[in-house]
Design a protein around this ligand. Structure first.
Ligand SMILES: [Zn+2]
Length: 344
């Protein structure tokens, strides 16, 4: 039984608006820049790195997926921001979040299909929870969630049935920092450039990473976890018909990077999902579970949204809030057509 409404405790009204945009990335950026509040540093963010470092990170993004920089230019123009200030603002070296919980995602093969489930948990202070369906001129159509960082996606699917989600990992930081792709742009690049898990693994394993994150990648044929850190990247394959990704590394080469940090909460969530999958629980039932808990209800930290997707059937549904309280609503699969074109 769920009795709390945590979004009210921080006195913010969450922004769950939905966007369905197409065209050039610059124009997409301008539309989002016009529609959203002026970009500013969130209270939980660490200071930005020097401008030359942020420009070097943006140059890496530009090497991999140049249209994303066009989108930033359009966004900055619409908000009367300096483009360089925006680049610096979305470049964060440190993500020390003082035990704010995290996210849980899983993929499983059941009745010959691959389905995924995902809860995004974070501070209720995070107001931006935008669901964006895109059909860009110069990239693959996609659907996904954008948080406080413009230009990024925290999870989503694309027109080819590829799913990706991110999960922060608390890990040691390198003494010497090198430029890398910021965490929120990794899923966005995958969704816009890759058709399969194989393509995504090839891209994500080769790019330099700015932050310590896990990414779940799934398509109608297979699923893997990518464990990323500025120092190295490793791939974790499923051992059976399912794979759970949370806020800790599993690969033996990655575990030491977490030092002595307490990983018990993340481990409990992953173990609970594995148990529920083994029991044959439905994906939505798993995401509503309160034992570990998977559906999070702490006063300043809760599940901000939840997503389920059947990658074979091209079906996806989002719940705008804690999934025990907010219903999953089907969303039109990403395609070149607008969701209002009469497509189911
Ligand atoms: Zn709940």
């Amino acid at each position: 039984m769920c009795t709390t409404t945590p979004d009210h405790t921080d006195n913010i009204s969450p922004d769950y608006r939905v966007f369905d945009l197409r065209g050039a990335h610059f124009d997409i950026g301008r539309a989002l820049g016009q529609a959203t509040p002026r970009f500013e540093n969130m209270p939980w963010w660490s200071p930005s790195p020097p401008l030359d470092f942020a420009l070097a990170c943006a140059a890496l993004v530009g090497d991999i997926h140049p249209p994303l920089l066009d989108e930033s230019r359009g966004y900055a123009e619409a908000q009367s921001l300096h483009y360089e200030d925006l680049l610096q603002g979305v470049c964060r070296l440190s993500l020390r979040q003082r035990a704010v919980g995290g996210c849980t995602s899983f993929a499983l093969r059941r009745d010959g299909r691959i389905v995924v489930g995902r809860n995004y948990d974070f501070r209720t202070l995070q107001r931006m929870r935008l669901r964006i369906r895109l059909a860009p001129d110069a990239a693959l159509p996609s659907l996904g969630m954008q948080g406080s960082m413009p230009g990024g996606r925290y999870d989503g699917v694309n027109a080819h049935g590829l799913f990706v989600s991110l999960h922060v990992v608390m890990a040691d930081e390198p003494e010497e920092r090198a430029p890398g792709v910021p965490f929120h742009q990794v899923p966005r690049i995958v969704l816009e450039r890759c058709r399969t898990v194989d393509e995504a693994v090839d891209l994500v394993a080769r790019m330099p990473h700015l932050n310590a994150f896990n990414y779940l990648l799934a398509d109608p044929a297979r699923f893997v976890a990518v464990e990323a850190h500025p120092a190295r990247v490793r791939i974790v394959e499923p051992e059976g018909d399912s794979l759970v990704v949370a806020n800790h590394y599993r690969h033996p080469d990655m575990v030491a990077l977490q030092g002595r940090r307490d990983r018990s909460a993340s481990g409990r969530r992953a173990a609970r999902v594995e148990k529920l999958i083994a029991m044959g629980a439905e994906v939505e039932t798993i995401l509503r579970d309160h034992v570990a808990p998977l559906c999070e209800h702490r006063p300043h930290n809760s599940t901000l949204w939840s997503v389920v997707a059947d990658l074979d059937a091209r079906r996806v549904a989002y719940a705008p809030g804690m999934p025990c309280a907010a219903a999953y609503r089907p969303v039109a699969w990403p395609s070149r057509r607008s969701s209002s074109d009469g497509r189911a």
